[in-house]
Write a protein that binds this ligand. Structure first.
Ligand code: SAM
Length: 242
């Protein structure tokens, strides 16, 4: 095993061990309360993350050299593996953002405990607004965020084509769309002229017009990979400023 892979394996194992999975389970929409993250599901999230990280590594290797920095927006449990792979195997700088809340608090507690235990510097999730981030990134990650049923309920219903009992039935579509576009714009504004954007098929209807308005040419990966918790198809978009 290379030293990089060894660091990754130690960081992941220590984080998984430090996290209170029962508590994390209570933050997700599910039936059966605390049983949402039993050991088999933690393993399934890890497996999905490893599959995604493998393809992500190939996609990142196609970027022009010199960037090496990723911005994860709205990332949580499902992203632990790709984030740690980028940090320890690909040796990239990783900035992870989300909104303040108990899930972020628990993830940061687990990441801190894992850092102390391993002596490795694991990334933490920042809740600073995107506007306060000034660096340029050659990889952006926005996965199952614009269709988040909590933050954008009406947009969630529209993007999944849900109505009746399956829909949230909440929110205002125009307002949700405005806030979702502002968030996506803040991320796109931080990307390099040639960059990779990891996102989901569901979010493409919001992103496509924004990319066109910015004159960004986009090529989507043919392969869609299902994410570990939400189960949306993840797509890699190769972006180039026209
Ligand atoms: C459906 S969850 C998906 C979580 C994770 N990306 C995944 O694929 O499992 C939506 C996530 O988006 C985050 N989110 C919602 N609005 C956000 C905002 N304005 N800025 C950053 N994150 C946001 C939520 O806190 C939540 O973690």
């Amino acid at each position: 095993m290379t030293p990089e892979l060894d660091d990754f394996a130690r960081a992941l194992a220590a984080t998984e061990e430090a996290l209170d999975w029962e508590l994390l389970g209570t933050f997700y929409c599910h039936e059966g309360g605390t049983s949402f993250f039993p050991d088999e599901q933690v393993a399934a999230i890890r497996e999905a993350g490893l599959s995604i990280a493998g393809v992500l590594g190939d996609e990142l290797a196609r970027l022009p050299r010199g960037g090496g920095r990723s911005l994860y927006v709205g990332a949580a449990v499902a992203e632990l593996v790709p984030i740690l792979v980028e940090r320890f195997v690909l040796l990239r700088e990783v900035v992870v953002t989300n909104v303040p809340g108990r899930e972020v608090q628990e993830l940061n507690r687990g990441l801190t405990e894992a850092s102390i235990k391993t002596g490795l510097e694991l990334p933490r999730i920042t809740t600073e607004p995107l506007d306060s981030i000034t660096e340029t990134f050659d990889h952006g990650w926005l996965v199952s965020v614009l269709n988040d049923p909590e933050a954008f309920p009406a947009l969630h219903d529209a993007l999944y084509g849900r109505s009746g009992e399956l829909a949230t039935g909440r929110g205002n579509l125009t307002e949700d769309k405005e806030r979702a576009e502002a968030l996506a714009e803040a991320l796109l504004g931080r990307l390099a002229p040639e960059a990779l954007l990891s996102t989901t098929d569901e979010e493409l209807p919001v992103l496509r017009p924004l990319l066109a308005r910015r004159g960004m040419h986009m090529v989507a990966s043919e392969q869609g990979l299902l994410t570990g918790i939400v189960g949306d198809p993840l797509r890699f978009l190769r972006l180039r400023q026209a």
